[in-house]
Design a protein. Structure first.
Ligand code: BG6
Length: 518
């Protein structure tokens, strides 16, 4: 019995802030996600002293390379990223001490993801580490093209790399997109869960790494003020926006086969929707929270494909100017079909059929090449009865609107009516505004720091369970089917505008208006 106890002790973090010692194995080590987000996030974690002295990285990719070559490649890339000013870092120069600490713990295995030999080599390296340090914890991060998700996990299983019978943990992080529809998501879950236990699987949705998204739960459940009015008696409708100024950039091949609906709605938009709509969980435990979120999404009303099409708008951008810069027609973007029917914009209406939300519409919209970059959630409360001011000429009183600004200008605001100073009773809308930056100094963050740290510590709260993923796909499947039948109009909008007019009409039908984007 002695040996495992010793091993377990060696696997504990060196202090309460550091994650347990572990090896982060990155599949797709030469790819874009690794260089743009993962390595910068890990570097920020090093600066934050959140990693254990026994932490190490093993990069795996097809390109032949060795440890030193891989280290040089990462160093060049980090220097370029920091110099470009595009990254999220504490200082304008690479901190040599932190970087050297990290790079000296970085190794490389070259090999094909489909070939068992790659995994045998990897196993030998991990076993060697377990012998040397007494700790064999490992997290396998799949920063690879989605077609490799299933096969890589299968090979990990075949090579016995997911076996936790020693005193160590083995976890798998799966990136988005998780499937392309309900059927493929179910098949992928099945394939993964054949070799891994659900508690070993960490399905990423990077929106959950955003502080402001996590704050929705705190605002709702740590304050006595909001929850009593958070229901159909007081809320008129909810609107969720993720507007982007970027177009498809160099992702034409992926995007044209994907579109805005698959890319954003069952994942990111439903994360926001479920945070707003979920019931209070019994505890802050990962499963309690994820169960409530899944229930909220599952309560979305099932529609036929025809109904789903009637409650949605699909748009595609045409040439225009975004923030002063000319933008091509979507159909002229590289690797996009000149007759593409892919939507770069989607707006949808959902009804949630449960006790709390019956009769309250939830609208979501997301699109590319719009006039502004803004992710926000508007909660419109019911109009005051108005009786008191009926005989006064006070103009139209707007209903109260609470807005969660997810990004940028992170914060929360509340619109309400106030009396304009003067002898006459005149009413005007004013805003109470909380801005994160007025109260807190945020650490530089790519958004992946929290997610990587949580995965190393085994906290799955911010990751999607199989049922969360499937619930999301199940709710958008009727629209995917309806659009596939191809009788829904494609609304064109000029790049740099707020999107197609049909999206305004979707809300106007119910007597509502989107929050302005400009
Ligand atoms: C990604 C989508 O998941 O999220 C992109 O694939 C989108 O198309 C991005 O641009 C938006 O994330 P963020 O954090 O920039 O709002």
């Amino acid at each position: 019995m002695d040996a495992p106890t010793k091993t377990a002790a060696a696997c504990l973090p060196s202090n309460s802030k550091t994650a347990p010692p572990s090896t982060l194995v990155i599949f797709g080590a030469g790819g874009d996600l690794t260089k743009r987000l993962l390595i910068p996030a890990i570097y920020n974690l090093v600066n934050d002293q959140a990693l254990d002295d026994k932490f190490q990285i093993i990069g795996v990719d097809l390109v032949p390379n060795d440890d030193q070559g891989f280290r040089n490649h990462l160093t060049e890339n980090m220097r370029a990223l920091i110099a470009s000013g595009r990254g999220e870092f504490a200082s304008a120069e690479l901190d040599d001490q932190a970087w050297n600490w990290l790079i000296s713990r970085t190794f490389y295995v070259s090999g094909d993801f489909g070939n068992i030999e790659t995994f045998t080599k990897l196993k030998a390296l991990l076993d060697q580490r377990e012998q040397a340090s007494g700790c064999g914890n490992a997290v396998f991060y799949l920063a690879v093209a989605p077609r490799f998700f299933g096969p890589v996990v299968e090979q990990l299983g075949r090579a016995n790399l997911l076996d936790e019978s020693g005193a160590h943990f083995r976890r798998v992080v799966v990136e988005k997109p998780f499937g392309t529809d309900l059927q493929s998501a179910k098949a992928l879950n099945k394939q993964i869960l054949k070799v891994a236990d659900e508690r070993q699987v960490f399905r990423i949705d990077h929106f959950l790494g955003k502080e402001t998204v996590q704050n929705i739960m705190v605002l709702r459940f740590a304050n006595g003020l909001f929850e009593p009015i958070w229901n159909r008696d007081h809320i008129d409708h909810v609107q969720i926006t993720a507007a982007e100024t970027v177009g498809v950039e160099d992702r034409g091949r992926f995007y044209d086969a994907t579109g805005a609906l698959r890319d954003m709605v069952p994942n990111h938009m439903f994360q926001l929707l479920s945070m707003i709509a979920m019931e209070p969980p019994n505890s802050f435990d990962a499963d309690a929270i994820r169960s409530e979120k899944a229930k909220a999404v599952e309560a979305i009303r099932n529609l036929t494909p025809e109904e789903a099409v009637r409650n949605a708008v699909r748009g595609q951008y045409r040439a225009g100017k975004v923030l002063g810069k000319p933008v091509n027609n979507y159909r002229d973007e590289p690797n996009v079909s000149p007759t593409s029917m892919t939507e770069t914009y989607v707006a949808m209406k959902f009804m949630i059929d449960n006790w709390r939300w019956s009769g309250v519409p939830f609208y979501v919209r997301t699109g590319k090449s719009l006039c502004t970059r803004r992710t926000e959630i508007g909660i419109q409360f019911k109009q005051a009865p108005h009786v008191l001011f009926r005989n006064l000429n006070v103009g139209e009183i707007q209903p109260n609107m609470m807005v969660f600004r997810i990004q940028p200008n992170e914060g929360v605001s509340l619109r309400f009516a106030a009396k304009r100073p003067g002898r006459e009773v005149e009413i005007e809308d004013v805003r109470m505004d909380f801005r994160y930056s007025d109260y807190f100094k945020a650490e530089p963050s790519t958004g992946y720091e929290t997610l990587i740290y949580d995965c190393l510590t085994g906290d799955a709260t911010l990751f999607q369970r199989a049922d969360n993923i499937e619930a999301g796909w199940a709710e958008v499947q009727p629209l995917l089917d309806g659009w596939a039948a191809n009788d829904a109009p494609l609304e064109f909008y000029e790049a740099g505008t707020a999107g197609p007019a049909a999206a305004d009409a979707l809300l106007a039908r119910d007597g509502f208006k989107w929050l302005p984007l400009t």
